[in-house]
Design a protein around this ligand. Sequence first.
Ligand SMILES: [Zn+2]
Length: 130
Amino acid sequence: MSISYDEALATRPFKHRIDKRDRRAVGERLTVLEHAPDVYQVYSEAGEEYLVEIRAPSCTCPDFQYREADCKHIRRARIEAGEYDLDGLATGIDDALDTLDERLANLAAQRAELVGFRREVDRLRDATDE
Ligand SMILES: [Zn+2]
């Protein structure tokens, strides 16, 4: 679905809403080792070790201890265990990419119109300078 030129002008900047902990769980070099059923050792890029229980869930990292959110370690351990909705994550990313593509197309259209408009202004300016 595309939006009109005038709608594009009225549109606020777009920021995707892909969860930052999902981005870190997927994007960082985390090493996951199965420790016991549903329990994993997750090593950060810096070599820090965290103990994750994917069912409760729990993790020994500060993010989980202080914020009680499903941290990147829990998410990554679930991914490794095949217990994470990667299809849902992929769909969310695809939707964000579609929206960005739409915005880019509208920005390109606006730019092209302004370039043409600027040329016309120059042409009229030159014609009246004589
Ligand atoms: Zn954690």
